[in-house]
Design a protein around this ligand. Structure first.
Ligand code: HH2
Length: 286
């Protein structure tokens, strides 16, 4: 499988790592750490050196209850970071649900638009269609203020799958090529810990929709609930979740801790390669 982005065709025959760059004062795990452009650019460089296959730059936190930011302020946060990131040799994604920010990001050379609202805002499909960009369509309900009240499902895997299939159809109907579209279950968005775990257990059904699948478990609250760990103590839990996501069909994992995830996936893929070698080896004579 491949994911077509603006400048790069990503080969997904091995799992890929999307490194998170939050240029925000208030993101749930790294708020304020890279909120001036210089620090954020240095972070981009570091993540690429650590082996990130994609950078994902965000200028507004989606943490439950976080304040909304207007398009001009969001753009002001990310513009210089994006301009530097597109020179680093990897595809650059911009995490935004605002059509105005999408347009400006694409004008500035972004390769992917990562939208937690799955291009549902008026004007979002039109902002992306015809630009050759990759898109990531994520499932959520409501907005960060209201989403946890909307965490009510019968069969969470089926409902998320139906939503993602509908949004992929809408994107294709607006002229976005199928090969540009990745899907994301939206772990932690309008979902309880039980929903997140059910979704991960059933994630293969979402991979079967035929689009690249992206999974974002890094440092999320469900991992804190399972382990009792504070947000900066969740690396082992995040690695376990990333590997489970890949084994359940995820092609891209969105993470804060790139170096550790790259190492974990190197071991994972080495075992897969060894399986092929062994299948071709004759049993030794008894
Ligand atoms: N999670 C977050 C933000 N954007 N995009 C996709 N496609 N999938 C995700 O799971 C996802 C996402 C939340 O994490 P983070 O960016 O670390 O925090 P914040 O929203 O507080 O900046």
């Amino acid at each position: 499988m491949h994911w077509q982005t603006r400048r790069f065709l990503l080969d997904l025959s091995r799992p890929r790592v999307m490194g998170i760059v939050n240029v925000t004062p208030d993101s749930f795990s790294d708020g304020g750490r890279h909120d001036d452009a210089r620090a954020a650019i240095a972070h981009c460089e570091r993540l690429v050196a650590e082996g990130a296959d994609i950078l994902d730059i965000g200028g507004e936190s989606t943490r439950p209850g976080s304040p909304r930011v207007d398009a001009d302020s969001e753009w002001a946060r990310i513009a210089d970071v994006l301009a530097a990131a597109v020179t680093l040799g990897v595809p650059v994604s911009v995490d935004t649900y605002k059509p105005d920010v999408m347009r400006r990001a694409l004008d500035a050379g972004a390769d992917i638009i990562n939208d937690v609202q799955a291009l549902q805002l008026p004007g979002a499909l039109a902002a992306v269609a015809g630009r050759g960009a990759g898109v990531c369509l994520m499932h959520m309900r409501g907005d960060p203020a209201s989403m946890m009240e909307l965490a009510v499902y019968g069969d969470v895997v089926a409902e998320v799958g139906r939503f993602l299939a509908q949004r992929a159809q809408a994107a294709m109907a607006s002229g976005i090529p199928a090969g540009c579209i990745a899907l994301d279950p939206g772990y932690g968005f309008a979902k309880t810990a039980a929903h997140n775990l059910q979704l991960l257990a059933g994630q293969r059904r979402l991979a079967a929709l035929g689009h690249p699948l992206l999974a974002g478990w890094s440092r999320k609250r469900t991992l804190g609930e399972l382990t009792g760990r504070a947000v900066h103590e969740r690396l082992p839990a995040s690695l376990a979740a990333a590997l489970r996501a890949v084994s359940a069909g995820a092609h891209v994992v969105r993470v804060h801790d790139v170096a550790a995830t790259v190492d974990a996936l190197k071991v994972w893929t080495a075992v897969d390669a060894a399986k092929i070698d062994f299948s071709e080896t004759k049993e030794p004579a008894p």
